[in-house]
Design a protein around this ligand. Structure first.
Ligand code: FAD
Ligand code: NAI
Length: 469
């Protein structure tokens, strides 16, 4: 067994871990990053954000070629799906991203250690190497960035064939005729959109009385209506109590969440997407005395310190939204803190995007949160039906809603449904980061004709003076 010394050992090479490793190396530290997967990039690049967006993009093109182009005067012959080629596009996208991280590790001299890490106390990490054997790493500091894993329920044992997690749903060999999504959250709606566009009849079974529960209520209602128009069926306030798997599909037993008569639904594929859990299996946290919080996440303070000196944690394995950009920002912040700088993440300005069509995007507080916090607010709203560019794109579903403090006019939250709102939200995150008022946005010149004008009009509407409605 060999032992090597580092300033920093990062465990996990997802967006939290790899960004932390690169930033720390930029700041002059000698860094190793241990990853048990054969490729870098974590959940996000391998089986999360990147492959799902590749399939969303590709299936959107199929949908547009099949149903959307004629309205623009573009005639196509019979549009056919080549699922193998579409999966090839996804695989190529993943490969170029994970290879990109390997290149960045080389460029920044981050040592990539392939194996499963176990914390052996402050300053020590034992690695069971993928190639066989073990290695002990000595480190001044350790950052744990081991991410999250799928949550499953006993009634629905995931076999990745008939009952799949998001990982299985990213690699189905054929388009199922019928698909049930258990959970109407982000993964369900994104992966459901992919397979629905490719021809599946999709039904969402959601335990609560609304989809996307964390989102602004108006956004989730509008999105449900739009998805219903696209053909998605919803069974809200419903729970799954059993599943019978056969060769050609699954028979689910469901009943009202509050109790009542059971019914059955048949589906070729069932996707379980009811959330993710922090992943700490095999890390040796108990033995090394690292404390967890009440939800099984690694407990940290405002500087990402665990209760054991020299051990830090970031990303999906700690408190906060399970988002890649949140993990990345924490990775940068903790590296800067370790270098004696003032690394910081503004948790009030973390955008969130659902990549359905139209997209959903938000940043800051929802109306429900402002009401609960007793904050008086003004609303400015503008529909995409009144935006010239959205009309030109034949994509007028949705709106921009800005919530501003009633007394100071400071922007507190922005919630959008509409074309490319996942891009528009960057301006709104910047507004919140800079403490902008809605008046600031209203007075900023926005190019014409762009979708961004809807944002400006919503800002004008906060003060009751939109021009185009
Ligand atoms: P992870 O990316 O989970 O990486 C952790 C890494 O640690 C893994 O590679 C794991 O193998 C490794 N590891 C764990 N234990 C050990 C160990 N003991 N030793 C060595 N290595 C270990 N977020 C977005 O912001 N936008 C999206 O569009 C988006 N889409 C998603 C789609 C899907 C289908 C899924 C599942 C998630 C999506 N997410 C998205 C969430 C996003 O993937 C996560 O928030 C993000 O990956 C968290 O980063 P992380 O670095 O904390 O952990
Ligand atoms: P989620 O938390 O978004 O949604 C889970 C849904 O399942 C909720 O609506 C919940 O009420 C419901 N649910 C819970 N238990 C249930 C049960 N027993 N039966 C029926 N419904 C049940 O979780 P999801 O979709 O699994 O995604 C996990 C995480 O991955 C998200 O929290 C998100 O942070 C991240 N992600 C982000 C994406 C993005 O940013 N675009 C895309 C995909 C995932």
């Amino acid at each position: 067994m060999s032992e090597q010394n580092f300033d920093l050992v990062v465990i996990g090479a997802g967006p939290g871990g790899y960004v932390c490793a690169i930033r720390a190396a930029q700041l002059g530290m000698k860094v190793a990053c241990v990853e048990k997967r054969e490729t870098l990039g974590g959940t996000c690049l391998n089986v999360g954000c990147i492959p799902s967006k590749a399939l969303l993009q590709a299936s959107e093109k199929f949908e547009e070629a099949s149903h959307g182009l004629a309205a623009f005067g573009v005639k196509t012959g019979k549009v056919e799906l080549d699922l193998k080629a579409m999966m090839g596009h996804k695989d190529k996208t993943v490969k170029s991203n994970v290879d990109g991280v390997a290149y960045l590790f080389k460029k920044n001299k981050v040592e990539w250690i392939k194996g499963a890490a176990k914390v052996a106390g402050a300053g020590k990490v034992d690695v069971a190497l993928n190639a066989g054997g073990t290695q002990t790493l000595a480190a001044k500091n350790i950052v744990i960035a081991t991410g999250s894993d799928v949550v499953s329920i006993p009634a629905l044992p995931i076999d990745e064939k008939r009952i799949v997690s998001s990982t299985g749903a990213l690699a189905l060999p054929d388009v199922p005729k019928t698909m049930v999504l258990v959970g109407g959250g982000v993964i369900g709606l994104e992966m459901g959109s992919v397979w629905q566009r490719l021809g599946a009849k999709v039904t969402v079974v959601e335990f609560l009385d609304r989809i996307m529960p964390g989102m602004d209520g108006e956004v989730s209602k509008q999105m449900q209506r739009i998805l219903q128009k696209q053909g998605m069926a919803f069974k809200l306030s419903t729970k799954v109590t059993g599943a019978k798997v056969a060769a050609k599909g699954v028979t689910l037993t469901v009943e009202p969440a509050g109790g009542g008569a059971a019914e059955t639904i048949d589906a070729e594929i069932v996707l379980v997407a009811i959330g993710r859990r922090p992943f700490t299996d095999g890390l040796g946290l108990k033995e090394s005395g690292v404390a967890l919080d009440e939800k099984g996440r690694i407990a940290i303070d405002a500087h990402y310190r665990t209760n054991v000196p020299g051990i830090y944690a970031i990303g999906d394995v700690v408190v906060g939204p399970m988002l890649a950009h949140k993990a990345e920002d924490e990775g940068m912040a903790v590296a800067e803190i370790l270098a004696g700088q003032h690394g910081h993440v503004n948790y009030d300005a973390i955008p969130s995007v659902v990549y359905t069509w139209p997209e959903v995007a938000s940043v800051g507080r929802t109306e429900e949160q402002l009401k609960a916090d007793g904050v008086a607010y003004k609303i400015g709203k503008f529909p995409f039906t009144a935006n010239g560019r959205a009309r030109a794109q034949n994509s007028t579903d949705g709106f921009v809603k800005i919530l501003a403090d009633a007394a100071t006019d400071r922007v507190l939250g922005v919630h959008m449904v509409g074309p490319s709102v996942g891009e528009l939200v960057a301006e709104m995150a910047l507004a919140i980061e800079f403490g902008a008022s809605s008046e600031d946005i209203a007075r900023t010149c926005h190019a014409h004709p762009t979708l961004t004008e809807a944002v400006r009009e919503a800002a004008l509407a906060v003060d009751g003076r939109p021009i185009h409605i």
